[in-house]
Design a protein around this ligand. Structure first.
Ligand code: ADP
Ligand code: MG
Length: 463
């Protein structure tokens, strides 16, 4: 009986391994499909699954910015309020204070007014705490607002929400101008602040990366969700209306999370996760890659094994049927478990899933499942980056320019095996020579800092 269980489980794992396989040939197809989607999205609104949103950020920060600026970074899990002092070319970010607040889950599916009121009250508190740090005198405070959801931008400081993603679903906010909603909520809280820029987190990461290194051309988010932005030539954007910026460049928020293609290695677990999600049929690439989902994919595999074998005991005594009970940081901890008896795995299984008394063999199998799901994610993210590099003709043999990819997000920052796999896959896909001109750089909190920098670049005051 026990032998039968192990064989049964091994079959599930080997099917998973095959379904998640991402050999270089397949990743090249993904990169090509991504590049084609990007071209289609640049041609016309609605021309592709990925939106290729023009950001209206035509002047990225130069380093000369000066003064105090606020930023508000609304991600998928937390939001952060930042206050930075920019001190010009030499001193750069002279001071940086931040406060992180986790978003109560009930606000993610309530109404817009409640969410923005919660945010504005946190902002009011930070402003109220300025005390003797109040350097604004009679100047109005200025804020960069990072809003990490797809927005149709109408100017640098306005835009309407296209749809929610990740764990958010607040119906009455869709189609509304998120800056207007924030301004209304701030007014109610007595906060006098001007929203100088509305940006996506990818654009913020790109800007913050570029502020420190002018070779940064791509910004990527690998956190709760996943997305990328990059610097595009205005002349390569057929759908661009009006005048081209002086620089000749525009920042494009790809919204690659919504990428979908027959070449993606999608499994039965992904289909089930998608069907039960808040946004079925959407954000397929994001669901294969990002931190909100990896833990739940692993849980679904474990559940299947539990239903077919006795390896995890009686399923109804476990929490394997509870969605999102296993989180990506748990997957990361299990994947990194270096204890001889895999005691971290034992602890995570017990703590999160109420699975006890597993054999070492079973725990090894769990590590392997974590590894398969993680590798697929990291390798697909690398393929997406290669798609963008190809679109802009960078990282190809003969290209002398250095190209830097700025990355922000907890998945990339805290999960070493993920990071290493992403980096080695880039080398595998680009080839040693071309890859030597491409660098991936963690740009911690870039999405927030970038908003402050872009606000500074769009200040109403002359320096
Ligand atoms: P947001 O997307 O809300 O801006 P972050 O960039 O801070 O958030 O990323 C948070 C996400 O990062 C979490 O949802 C989680 O999935 C992932 N994460 C955090 N810590 C780890 C970790 N140790 N290992 C793997 N993933 C992690
Ligand atoms: Mg974020």
């Amino acid at each position: 009986m026990v032998v039968g269980d192990a064989a049964m489980a091994e079959r599930v794992v080997s099917e998973l391994r095959a379904a998640c396989a991402t050999p270089a040939a397949r990743l090249n197809e993904v990169a090509t499909a991504m590049e084609e989607e990007m071209r289609a999205g640049l041609r016309e609104e609605g021309g592709s699954k990925i939106k290729m949103i023009i950001s209206y950020v035509d002047n990225l920060p130069t380093g000369n910015e000066e003064g105090f600026f606020y930023a508000l970074d609304l991600g998928g899990t937390n939001f952060r309020v930042l206050r930075v002092q920019l001190a010009g070319k030499e001193k750069r970010v002279a001071k940086r204070e931040s406060k992180e607040v986790s978003i109560p889950p009930h606000l993610m599916s309530g109404n817009a007014a409640e969410l923005f009121s919660f945010i504005a009250s946190a902002l009011a508190k930070v402003v109220g705490d300025e005390g003797h740090n109040n350097v604004f005198d009679d100047k109005q405070r200025e804020l960069g607002f990072t809003f990490s959801f797809p927005v149709r931008q109408s100017s640098i400081a306005s835009g309407t929400l296209i749809k929610w993603t990740k764990a958010f679903s607040i119906d009455d906010a869709v189609g509304e101008d998120v800056v207007a909603e924030l301004q209304t909520a701030m007014k109610k809280q007595g906060v006098d602040m001007r929203v100088a820029a509305l940006i996506n987190d990818t654009v913020g990461t790109l800007a913050a990366g570029r502020y420190n290194d002018e070779d940064v051309v791509i910004g990527v988010i690998l956190g709760t969700g996943s997305n990328a932005a990059y610097v595009e030539e205005a002349s390569a954007i057929p759908k661009l209306e009006g005048e081209s910026p002086k620089s000749g460049n525009m920042v494009i928020n790809t919204e690659w999370g919504n990428f979908d293609s027959a070449c993606l290695p999608v499994t039965e677990y992904d289909h089930a996760l998608d069907e039960e999600s808040l946004n079925p049929g959407e954000q397929i690439f994001e669901k294969l890659i990002s931190g909100l989902y990896l833990g739940d994919i692993v849980r679904r595999v474990l559940l299947k094994i539990a239903l077919q074998s006795a390896l995890f005991g009686n399923v109804s005594h476990t929490k394997l049927k509870t969605r999102f009970i296993l989180r990506t940081p748990d997957v990361s901890a299990m994947r990194h478990d270096e204890t001889p008896d895999l005691s971290v795995v034992a602890e995570k299984l017990a703590e999160n899933l109420k699975i006890r008394d597993t054999s070492l063999e079973t725990r090894k199998m769990v590590v392997e499942i974590c590894d398969i799901v993680t590798k697929r994610s990291a390798r697909l993210a690398a393929a997406g980056i290669v798609g963008i590099l190809r679109k802009i003709g960078r990282g190809v043999p003969g290209d002398e320019r250095r190209s830097v990819v700025a990355v922000d997000g907890g998945l990339f920052e805290h999960y070493a095996a993920f990071r290493e796999c992403l980096e080695s896959t880039l080398v595998e896909l680009l080839g040693e020579e071309a890859a030597s001109s491409v660098a991936v750089k963690l740009t911690k909190d870039g999405s927030g800092l970038g908003a402050a920098l872009i606000a500074a670049a769009h200040t109403q005051y002359q320096h």
